[in-house]
Design a protein around this ligand. Sequence first.
Ligand code: SF4
Ligand code: SF4
Length: 108
Amino acid sequence: MSCECTKCGACCVAPDIAMLDKPLGLVCPHLGPDNLCTVYEQRPATCRNYQADELCAAIDAPTLEERVQKYLAHFGVTEEAEQIRASGITSLTEWRRRRWAVAAAKKA
Ligand code: SF4
Ligand code: SF4
């Protein structure tokens, strides 16, 4: 179901976005301090195609960080987002490479 976007900014922080090499839970470098996109006319297709839905209402909260945490919890990726933030890694590609290396080391 399509809903109205409140321009809360959560979908520019919580999800990973491959086209931007952005990992889970990190603020998109194009998000402005007003939670609006600073490259709106040039934003990638992933962002253009993103539709507001019931989740937007479900994650409503006073602060951006609270909305992001609700979003992450909804998809069960809170722990991974915390690991990413703690690692200091800002590239989705690099994060995936790290996870594959860890998984491969466990199998060996
Ligand atoms: S999470 Fe939903 S309401 Fe918030 S900016 Fe994204 S689409 Fe809009
Ligand atoms: S490019 Fe713009 S719309 Fe896309 S995640 Fe970044 S700030 Fe949000």
